[in-house]
Design a protein around this ligand. Structure first.
Ligand code: G6P
Length: 564
């Protein structure tokens, strides 16, 4: 019998719900899946299905991770018993329970905890860590994963997600924990009465929204536009509702229509197949509402409100869901053009994006004399870079974004912030509208100036051993027998990031740069069992740009077929 399974079956004090869940298990494979080792603590912390087992998210696996985090803090962090840890959670199943478990384990080590009384999004947790000068933070969330998942993300004292070296140190401590079933956690009442656990009400929201107003480039635009800009907003059943509605109202927007069914926090996300604002299905109800109220734009935040989706109305009346690269380009152009107009554009300004983000933004930045710096995929690297520049004083951070719909404008937060992005997007829409243009028209204008950028992400689902083999095969083939052409375009250079190039840590990413400025990249996803192909085509002519993208898509699917 599996050793972990035996331990759990024999543990008399096991949480009653988990006990009966265990008792109902009969399928051997299911049992093995639940007890085959421990849920991996990786660079994004823990993420997995909720349920009984060492390989599942439950109060014991949360205690184990937190015990490791606590030991790490006591060994390596600056004064954790004085600075404490901030904890927030989203609207998922058991999020609140897991947050209390984490608080109890830290309190048991004498590490004080500031725990939000109610759910909060990631940006507010990131802000809280910085504002309270805490030693770090924990966020209980599984972002846009399906309802049966939950997760545990760890934040450093800068309010950013911890870098890989910190997660390795925490993992070392976690691996020293012998038995996850006997880790002591202080009950919430004891934590509260001893003062080790303090519940946060709305006191931090005030400060967050004060900082948020600071990113506005034209305060008062919301008021000026009055009734002539209609905005549909959906938080997709998550944490974005309160903060985004508050921001839009404080910024003066009066015509904000929420999607009522999706405003209610619901861990089952009943109205979408996944609450992912990158996907058209997540916008179905928002677009229905948009037609109903004749809106100009629709914004959606994902359940932990770190990512934003945007759909805009074209002059033809058709709605278009923009990609992360398009929204990033629009925001970047708005920030740079307006700061320039106010003579507030620093000479050492910098934009930070990932190596799989489009060059559209880079071209816009360059036209303002602003440098673009690339990091590996993951906003933690963008957060880390902002910190580096802050310390060295060499660059002033202006904007950070990724193609996966994560944006950051004000560095008072160090992770992607959909509240900032929503507020600034609406201001930008209002600003352009006052000048007589829609966001779609601004985008078209940017394409005319910088070239027509087209893009697509092709996911390849991978499972188990077979999946791992396919990843190895794709990377190996690109390294040793790279294509000479992709579509009709010649390959100019193959960049293998596993070699630690461009001053970046080694990573399994290969990018094929094409002769005309287009490119194709491939990398294994860090959050899902997938390989992702990123196709980016560019041309001065819009129809040719479309054709190039089609050609690239066809080439990659044929190339993949030939591999199998
Ligand atoms: O590794 P992927 O599945 O492509 O996901 C990449 C994304 O993962 C997380 O959500 C990070 O916080 C993001 O910054 C990153 O863009």
């Amino acid at each position: 019998m599996n050793e972990h399974y035996r331990r759990w079956m024999e543990f008399e004090d096991l949480d009653p719900a988990l006990k009966s869940e265990l008792a109902s298990l009969t399928d051997e494979e299911e049992i093995l899946d639940r007890f085959d080792g421990h849920l991996t603590f990786g660079t994004a912390g823990l993420r997995g299905k909720i349920g009984a087992g060492t390989n599942r998210m439950n109060r014991y696996t949360i205690r184990r991770a937190t015990e490791g985090f606590a030991r790490y803090l006591l060994k390596c962090a600056d004064n954790p018993r004085r600075k404490g840890i901030a904890i927030a959670y989203d609207s998922r199943r058991f999020s609140r329970t897991f947050a209390e478990e984490a608080a109890g384990v830290l309190a048991n080590h004498g590490i004080p905890v500031r725990l939000f009384r109610e759910m909060r999004p990631i940006p507010v947790l990131s802000f809280a860590v910085r504002h309270l000068k805490a030693a770090g933070g924990i966020m209980i969330t599984a972002s846009h994963n399906p309802p049966e998942y939950n997760g545990y993300k760890v934040y450093g004292p800068d309010g950013g997600q911890i870098p890989p070296r910190t997660s390795r140190l925490i993992l070392e401590e976690i691996l020293r924990v012998r038995d996850e079933l006997s880790i002591p956690a202080m009950p919430l009442e004891d934590g509260l009465s001893s003062g080790l656990i303090h519940l946060l009400g709305t006191e931090l929201d005030q400060a967050y929204h004060r900082h948020l107003r600071g990113i506005s480039l034209h305060p008062g635009t919301g008021k000026r536009i009055g009734d002539s800009l209609r905005i549909v907003f959906t938080p997709l059943h998550g944490t974005g509702s309160g903060p985004v509605r508050r921001a839009l109202s404080e910024w003066g927007f009066s015509r904000v229509f929420t999607v009522a069914e999706q405003e209610v926090p619901d861990p089952d996300f009943p109205t979408v197949s996944t609450p992912n604002p990158e996907e058209a299905q997540a916008f179905r109800l928002a677009l229905e509402r948009a037609q109903e109220v004749d809106a100009d734009l629709a914004v959606a935040t994902d359940p932990d409100a770190d990512r934003l989706g945007l759909a805009v109305k074209q002059p033809s009346g058709r709605w278009s869901l923009l990609t992360g690269n398009q929204v990033g380009a629009l925001l970047l152009h708005y920030i740079l053009s307006q700061r320039k107009a106010k003579e507030d554009l620093p000479e050492n300004g910098v934009v930070i994006q990932s190596i799989v983000t489009s060059d559209f933004g880079r071209s816009i930045a360059a036209s303002y004399g602003v440098a673009t710096v690339e990091t590996l995929t993951g906003f933690k690297y963008i957060g880390e870079k902002i910190g580096e520049y802050e310390r060295s004083g060499t660059h002033e951070f202006l904007f950070g974004y990724e193609e996966s719909c994560g944006y950051l404008i004000g560095a008072f937060v160090r992770d992607k912030d959909a509240v900032q992005a929503a507020a600034l997007t609406c201001e930008m829409a209002a600003f352009h509208r006052l000048e007589g243009r829609s966001l779609w028209e601004v985008l078209e204008e940017l394409y005319r100036v910088h070239g027509h950028y087209r893009e697509s992400v092709l996911p390849v689902t991978l499972n188990g051993n077979e999946g791992r083999k396919t990843v190895a095969l794709i990377l190996d083939r690109l390294r040793h027998a790279p294509p000479q052409q992709i579509g009709d375009i010649g390959v100019a250079e193959i960049k293998d990031y596993a070699r630690g190039i461009d001053g970046l840590p080694p990573a399994e990413v290969i990018k094929c740069l094409l002769a005309d400025g287009s490119w194709v990249a491939v990398r294994p996803s860090g959050t899902e069992p997938k390989m992702k192909w990123y196709l980016n085509a560019v041309d001065r002519d819009p129809a040719t740009a479309d054709e190039k993208l089609e050609g690239m898509k066809n080439f990659i699917s044929r190339w993949m077929d030939a591999l199998r």
